[in-house]
Design a protein around this ligand. Structure first.
Ligand code: SAM
Length: 278
């Protein structure tokens, strides 16, 4: 009789968020497949559990799938965990789940935290329909395309983003949707949990003011305009042209618009270039 593959959600920060069912499952299985043994050791130490750990991450997922499948077929039950939250949600595991289903092995989810649902629930943005897009692309051009491809959905948009790219992403959001409401959910369930709400450029200004930007971010984008902000609905290139028409030198006009919109000058240059190529 084959074993069962348990997909076990673990906390996204606060260890008290681990469910009793997750703890019982981790204690009962023969071994635990995990991303980073140090992270999972910490969790198991907190629970007072000792278990063999099988390293399973993006780079060895293909090779490890066959080994895990063989153990399941030999009757061992296994748990799959990720470093934080729900496995397979922007985390490895898809291959083993797919292969287990294909092999007729039972796959049982043990639900628990996922950052995007946690963020959405307290964001104050509409929850009737939402789109979760995983991580934002690392490069601005791809990121803008990724955002634009879902921009007209009647839904709250949710993405994961790394702290060292959050300012660049806010610049792209300011260029695409200057008035849409944005919520940044940072360090959810942890000591420094915070929700920052505002337009993309307001949030850019808030974060740019900090000595350093740390922690884990989930980005939520509302569907409507935050508030009537007529001056911000004028496209950047038109605003620069208007100032030039008033006799303000081009460089000065660009500097002023960048400052007013809370954008770096290079973003304004890029927008002028984009408008010229339309
Ligand atoms: N499997 C996880 C889940 O269920 O949410 C997501 C893993 S993904 C590799 C990690 C990303 O999720 C982080 O870069 C961040 O964008 C988001 N994230 C994870 N924990 C978070 C937290 N405590 N607060 C805000 N965002 C978080």
């Amino acid at each position: 009789m084959p074993g069962t593959l348990y997909i076990v959600a673990t906390p996204i920060g606060n260890l008290q968020d681990l469910s009793q069912r997750a703890a019982h499952t981790l204690a009962a299985v023969a071994a635990i497949a995990c991303e980073d043994t140090r992270q999972t050791h910490k969790l198991l130490a907190h629970l007072g559990i000792e278990k063999p750990l099988l390293v399973f991450h993006d780079h060895n997922e293909r090779d490890r799938t066959a080994a895990l499948l063989a153990r399941l077929q030999q009757g061992e039950s296994l748990a799959l965990v990720s470093d934080a939250g729900t496995p397979l949600i922007s985390d490895p595991g898809y291959r083993i789940v797919d292969a287990a289903i294909e092999a007729g092995i039972s796959v049982v989810p043990i639900p628990g935290p996922a950052a995007f649902v946690t963020a959405l629930s307290a964001s104050g943005l509409p929850t009737d329909a939402f789109y979760f897009g995983g991580f934002l692309a690392a490069k601005s051009g791809q990121r803008r395309k990724q955002l634009e491809s879902v921009g007209s959905l009647e839904a709250t948009l949710i993405f994961y983003e790394a702290p060292h790219r959050i300012l660049e992403s806010l610049e792209d959001l300011a260029a695409l949707w200057p008035t849409r409401p944005i919520v940044l959910a940072r360090e959810l369930t942890k000591l420094h949990e915070e929700f920052l709400r505002g337009t993309p450029s307001e949030l850019h200004a808030t974060l740019a003011d900090r000595p350093s930007i740390k922690g884990e971010f989930t980005v939520l984008i509302g569907k409507g305009a935050l508030a009537p902000q007529p001056e911000e609905t004028v496209p950047v290139h038109q605003e620069v042209a208007r100032l030039e028409a008033l006799g303000i030198p081009r460089m000065e006009a660009i500097k002023t618009v960048a400052k007013d919109r809370g954008l770096p000058k290079r973003t304004v240059y890029q927008l002028l270039e984009d408008a010229r190529n339309l």
